[in-house]
Design a protein around this ligand. Structure first.
Ligand SMILES: C[S@@+](CC[C@H](N)C(=O)[O-])C[C@H]1O[C@@H](n2cnc3c(N)ncnc32)[C@H](O)[C@@H]1O
Length: 345
């Protein structure tokens, strides 16, 4: 199934912007370490409309231009063909007038395929995108998200698919990077305590459990069929730090054999900006609408694919109502894994 964020992506995802800001120090470290060259290609994999990364690319381009004033810079925004790539082109074009007048391009292509020429990328970056699986690992019958389910057999299948996908993504990126090039991935993850996006250990509701409860209730009421209920699966996976590092700790893996090496890694926590604002102003209606919209921005396509737009609309209306009824029980907190890599040979 094609993945597509709802339109106006960056306006609805303040949390993703904060996640990118939290990685800007390592993005600058990466470009500081690039050897002097006539030109550099920089690429943002899974950029959506590019709005959340405008500030990051401002800083990165400025820094690289300061370090290497003679180098020509090319910035490529990548996302699926189904993405709003016109909006992406417009946000990339905001960088074009600045010195050294970088070339900006859109690559409308899955990051599960080669996106640019081999040995061409100096700095690859991706934020909050590479958790989407390339294909369904089979049924998940009892929940809408495998990590919130208690289905051990499904968890094994999803984990195996996630690891195949991650190895494949890193293999492709290791071919695209030039020797000395850097790759920084900022991915939704699962920490050592098992926390992940929307699951903060019980401080507030598990958002995935809430989505599932509403979806299950719609099946019980006959609003969706049992088959539609079962097909309502969010096909993504939040890997652990060990899982993220695994291909780089295995000298027989394809990315390792292509020269990709781990430089550093860390787990970063970003608290829900909608909840923080509600704590300050108590505006429940705005909180419920904003939090619902940000959850909808990444999950809507999964429910539309299973049961159509009307069913998805009902789900998100009910979600907004739940948030409005008990706002202190809600927060969408992020757990992100940062992994800095270099191609050494
Ligand atoms: C949550 S958005 C993140 C956007 C932006 N990087 C950010 O951090 O704000 C995830 C993006 O990943 C894109 N995406 C998902 N699977 C993809 C794939 N296989 N190839 C390219 N982009 C993909 C989606 O289309 C979506 O725009």
């Amino acid at each position: 199934m094609a993945i597509a964020m709802t339109t106006g992506y960056s306006a609805q995802t303040e949390g993703a912007l904060l996640c990118i800001e939290a990685a800007s120090d390592w993005a600058l470290t990466c470009v500081n370490q690039l050897a002097v060259a006539d030109s550099h290609v920089l690429i943002d994999y899974g950029a959506a409309d590019g709005g959340t990364a405008v500030g990051l690319w401002n800083q990165v381009l400025d820094r690289l231009h300061t370090n290497q004033p003679k180098a020509h810079l090319t910035l490529i925004g990548n996302d699926l063909p189904s993405n709003d790539n016109v909006a992406l082109a417009k946000n990339l074009a905001l960088q074009a007038p600045r010195d050294p007048k970088p070339t900006v391009l859109v690559s409308a292509c899955s990051f599960y395929k080669p996106t640019v020429a081999p040995n061409s990328v100096s700095f690859g970056f991706s934020a909050t995108a590479m958790h989407w699986l390339s294909t369904s690992p089979g049924p998940l019958d009892s929940h809408t998200h495998v990590l919130a389910s208690s289905d051990a057999e499904a968890l094994q299948r999803f984990t195996a698919q996630a690891m195949r996908d991650w190895n494949h993504i890193l293999e492709l990126r290791s071919r695209e990077l030039k020797v000395g090039g850097r790759l920084l991935t900022v991915n939704l993850s699962r920490d050592e305590a098992g926390l992940y996006l929307g699951h903060n250990g019980g401080e507030t509701h598990n958002v995935h459990d809430q989505l599932h409860q509403i979806w299950r209730g719609m099946a019980d009421e006959g609003l969706i069929s049992d088959e539609q209920y079962r097909n309502g699966t969010v096909l993504n996976f939040y890997k652990s730090p060990q899982e993220f590092m695994a291909p780089l700790n295995d000298s027989s893996s394809a990315p390792y054999r292509n020269g990709l090496r781990l430089v550093d890694e860390r787990t970063v926590y970003v608290k829900c900006p909608y909840r923080r604002r509600w704590n300050e102003n108590g505006d429940t209606a705005t909180f419920a609408a904003g939090l619902m919209a940000t959850i909808r921005s990444w999950s809507r396509h999964s429910f539309i694919g299973a049961a159509g737009e009307a069913a998805a609309d009902t789900l998100f209306e009910r979600l907004q109502q739940r948030i409005a009824d008990a706002p202190s029980d809600w927060s969408l907190d992020y757990v992100e894994h940062h992994q800095m890599m270099e191609k050494v040979a």
